[in-house]
Ligand binder design. Structure first.
Ligand SMILES: Nc1ncnc2c1ncn2[C@@H]1O[C@H](COP(=O)(O)OP(=O)(O)OP(=O)(O)O)[C@@H](O)[C@H]1O
Ligand SMILES: [Mg+2]
Length: 263
């Protein structure tokens, strides 16, 4: 299955460099970052805080333009938000004044879907993330894990081909986090979107990904690209016992150390 869908690059980042601001007060965030993500694959990006991971996702989405370099989606330059990519942002950015249903329905209303189609798509996706029965709840009436699932539902609902997830499970207790990881893997197996997932948790990256990209400290570059040699299906709660886990962890860790040395 992996081999059939994972041939073509879904996303290609070519020679991205970026500096915020100008002159002496400018912040050079990344220098010549290139990355190719196969269609249907699950790729995690790890790297020190402030190295430009969220900034990179903004470029991939077309929300912002880099100082130099290009991003291609299915071979075409990404110039503006084109609806085929969905972001689960670092903070979940749910609308506190809207119900779970309305939070998920919003991207569909923006896309001018018919009300009946919206109702059915929202119910379907809320079921997928195990939030049936919570349609009329407001975000503050949901637990942290449920809010994360709602944020994922809001991105899944418009059938994104590429899911960009920016530390979606940060600030979540270990047990809930593992449940969410398992659910995410189940959802990913259903329709096999291409996923670019940012995390600071190396065990999480190994549990979820086909490949891990390690970025250096700022100005960042790709230090290494490491294949995760662990078979699927995987159980995130037992991933540390899997064959190959220790070696993979050590390889990622060592790349992170190399990336901490200033270029
Ligand atoms: N709009 C902006 N204007 C100026 N500087 C910015 C802007 N956005 C980000 N930066 C700077 O760019 C650098 C990278 O920020 P970014 O948020 O991409 O890092 P990150 O790798 O996602 O960090 P974290 O792991 O903490 O989320 C930081 O030094 C940040 O201060
Ligand atoms: Mg970030």
């Amino acid at each position: 299955m992996t081999d059939i869908v994972a041939q073509m690059p879904a996303v290609e980042v070519r020679g991205l460099s970026h500096t915020f601001g100008r002159g002496a007060s400018g912040t050079e965030v990344m220098r010549n970052v290139s990355l190719s993500v196969r269609k249907g694959s699950f790729v995690s990006i790890v790297g020190p805080s402030g190295c430009g991971k969220s900034t990179l996702l903004n470029f991939v989405l077309g929300l912002d333009l880099p100082t130099a370099g290009t991003v291609l989606h299915e071979g075409k330059p990404v110039t503006a938000t084109q609806g085929k990519m969905g972001l689960v942002p670092q903070d979940d950015r749910l609308m506190p004044w809207s119900t779970a249903f309305d939070n998920v329905a919003l991207p569909l209303k923006i896309r001018n879907w018919e009300p009946a189609r919206i109702r059915s798509a929202v119910r379907d996706v809320l079921h997928k993330v195990r939030l049936d029965g919570f349609e009329s709840h407001y975000p503050h009436q949901l637990s942290g894990g449920m809010r994360k699932r709602l944020a994922i539902a809001r991105t899944l609902v418009y059938e994104s081909e590429v899911l960009l997830m920016d530390e979606p499970f940060g600030n979540i207790d270990a047990q809930t986090r593992m449940d969410l990881q398992r659910e995410l893997l189940d959802l990913w197996e259903l329709s096999r979107p291409t996923v670019i997932f940012i995390t600071h948790d190396l065990t999480e990256a190994i549990a979820l990904s086909d490949e891990i990209v390690v970025m250096s400290r700022r100005p960042s570059y790709c230090v290494a690209r490491i294949e995760v040699p662990i078979e699927r299906p995987r159980d995130p709660s037992r991933i540390q016992l899997a064959d190959g886990f220790k070696e993979c962890y050590a390889e990622v860790w060592s790349a992170m150390q190399r990336g901490m040395v200033t270029a």
